[in-house]
Design a protein around this ligand. Structure first.
Ligand SMILES: *[C@@H]1O[C@H](CO)[C@@H](O)[C@H](O)[C@H]1NC(C)=O
Ligand SMILES: *[C@@H]1O[C@H](CO)[C@@H](O)[C@H](O)[C@H]1NC(C)=O
Ligand SMILES: *[C@@H]1O[C@H](CO)[C@@H](O)[C@H](O)[C@H]1NC(C)=O
Ligand SMILES: CC(=O)N[C@H]1CO[C@H](CO)[C@@H](O)[C@@H]1O
Length: 518
């Protein structure tokens, strides 16, 4: 049994806050295009989905026309930069968010996924998480989504979920009462309210209502983003699922942390008592077990919501393109690390499924190296607008995966760039490349330490090939590739000097010059 076979956006339109769509007043094109369902799950590890934990997502992967991408990555694996890539179809250097920022609140991206769809005959709706922040008047930045039902998981926002929760429970009841859990806690607790009040249930029920009330006979097509905040912390699944997982045998493989004493994992050991938002350390076997069990229970609860949405989509009998992706993963204690933002597989490798709208080909899997920037670009290609979009925005560098879905190509690139500026600690920031042959090269930019893994033969990165003499040549090849990438991007001497990668001690390079809101 391998259960641990385990996203963001920008410009400032005043938020449209109607619950269900009125027909957009924009002229709609006559181009024939499918309805589109984009499912996003937050902090969902690449190996957390399986027959056992996510039966409904598994079912999606087995539908005709479905492609499961087994080498899908989140280049900048925290919530906001990865959502910037999803919104713009650009790489980190091109969208400019090189690490975490409070929101994707930049209003100046010329092209966003929902805006292009709006302009081409789609009515756009989001249920759940945007993480685009608010305008100065407190309305939500919509980035082109016409209809918003938001649950962003941010304490300071009084979002649509919060308003709904308080309208039922009263103003004095705290939606976060469960277990005193904070937004990045590794601890867990069963949800204290009735299940239908949970943000996961709310997110799927809003999406289902939208599918129920949408006029598919009208002139506009649907773009529905169902964006689950969970399994991101708080790990607060309903009691029935919490009990299901916490009553399993803790020695099952799914609950084992990937820790390899004597390796780089030791550097993340932290003997301080772990605070609720700790990013590194070992809380001991029983606390680790409870954390992982509740995480998987949250995963299964999200899958139930996705099942409801997928059944409703099937009921409509309309043509749908369906995409599932996560914005990043969750370390769950592996390598003595928690949360995300690291180059390692648990954090940067994400699940991705795309179901072609009309293909009747048998389901397949693809090991092509793909990234979150490719999602918007693929959608633009599907609606026949990619050329036009790229003419208007030369910084779009995601690649269309449509040729893979249609069986015309096996791959779209040889390697992809990954990076994150400082997270949690001054010395945690890095650039990486995930290339063919399963290779991942990591440059830890605080101290220049390099790592090299083969994630095909060593999926959990236990063996650092950079330490082995026979891999020095291979290491040099990938180091040189990163040098060339930085030179091509014109990063300048803070990144590469005299053909050598440059170490960086401070946290000044948070955005590239391409970020349009500097
Ligand atoms: C909840 O957490 C806060 C801050 O960590 C702490 O001060 C408080 O005592 C906790 N309350 C309970 C009921 O555990
Ligand atoms: C160790 O953990 C503590 C508590 O979580 C944290 O404040 C501290 O920064 C960590 N230290 C190191 C060296 O990672
Ligand atoms: C990585 O491992 C796979 C599977 O063993 C192997 O086919 C591939 O050649 C390896 N890559 C490199 C660069 O050695
Ligand atoms: C709506 C729906 O079909 N949900 C299904 C998700 O998967 C579980 C397990 O197979 C089913 O019991 C649910 O009915």
């Amino acid at each position: 049994m391998n259960l641990f076979v385990y996203l963001l956006t920008a410009a400032s339109c005043a938020a449209a806050t109607k619950i269900y769509p009125e027909k957009s007043s924009q002229p709609k094109s006559t181009h024939s295009s499918p309805n589109i369902l984009l499912i996003i799950t937050d902090q969902f590890r690449f190996d957390a989905w399986s027959e056992e934990t996510t039966p409904n997502l598994s079912r999606l992967s087995k539908q005709a026309g479905a492609t499961t991408f087994t080498s899908a990555y989140s280049s900048t694996p925290t919530c906001t930069p990865s959502r910037a890539g999803l919104l713009t179809g650009r790489s980190p250097w091109n969208h400019g968010m090189l690490g975490y920022d409070k929101d994707v609140d930049c209003a100046n991206y010329p092209t966003t996924l929902p805006r292009v769809l709006n302009e081409n005959g789609y009515t756009t709706f989001v249920s759940g998480k945007d993480h685009f922040g608010t305008n100065s008047d407190g309305t939500f930045i919509s980035q082109g989504y016409e209809n918003l039902q938001l649950y962003d998981g941010l304490t300071e926002e009084n979002d649509h979920y919060d308003q709904w929760f308080h309208s039922i429970m009263g103003d004095d009841v705290d939606p976060l009462a469960t277990g005193n859990l904070t937004w990045n806690a590794w601890q867990s607790s069963p949800y204290v309210f009735e299940e239908y009040l949970h943000p996961t249930a709310w997110t799927s029920s809003r999406a289902v209502s939208y599918l129920d009330t949408f006029d598919f006979t009208g002139s506009s097509k649907m773009f529905l983003k169902a964006s689950f905040h969970r399994p991101h912390s708080p790990y607060d699944p309903p009691k029935r699922l919490y009990d299901k997982y916490t009553s399993m045998d803790p020695s099952l493989p799914i609950f084992q942390r990937n820790i390899n004493p004597g390796t780089y994992d030791d550097a993340y050991l932290n003997t301080t008592t772990m605070g609720s938002e700790a990013w590194n350390g070992d809380p001991g076997p029983s606390a680790s077990f409870l954390s992982r069990a509740a995480y998987l229970a949250s995963v299964e609860f999200v899958d139930e919501g996705i099942g409801d949405i997928l059944s409703k989509v099937e009921e409509t009998d309309e043509e749908f393109m369906i995409i599932w992706v996560a914005d990043h993963g969750d370390m769950n204690g592996d390598h003595n690390l928690w949360r995300k933002g690291y180059p390692f597989e648990e954090s940067s490798h994400v699940p991705m499924i795309m179901k072609h709208p009309t293909s009747t080909s048998p389901p397949k899997s693809s090991s092509a190296i793909v990234e979150i920037r490719d999602v918007a670009v693929t959608i633009w290609d599907v609606i026949g607008k990619l050329e036009e979009v790229k003419e208007n925005d030369e910084l779009i560098n995601g690649l269309s995966l449509l040729p893979i879905l249609e069986g015309e190509k096996e791959k779209v690139r040889d390697y992809v760039d990954l990076e994150h500026n400082q997270v949690y600690s001054d010395n945690v920031h890095w650039n990486a490349i995930r290339g063919e042959g399963g290779i991942k090269y990591i440059f830890n930019s605080f101290d220049g330490r390099e790592q090299l893994f083969n994630v095909t033969s060593d999926r959990y990165e236990k063996r650092d090939l950079a330490l082995e003499s026979e891999y020095q040549e291979e290491l040099g090849v990938w180091r040189q590739r990163m040098v060339e990438q930085f030179e091509e991007e014109g990063r300048g001497e803070e990144w590469v000097k005299d053909g050598e990668l440059v170490m960086r001690k401070d946290n000044s390079l948070t955005h590239s010059p391409n970020f349009p809101c500097l």
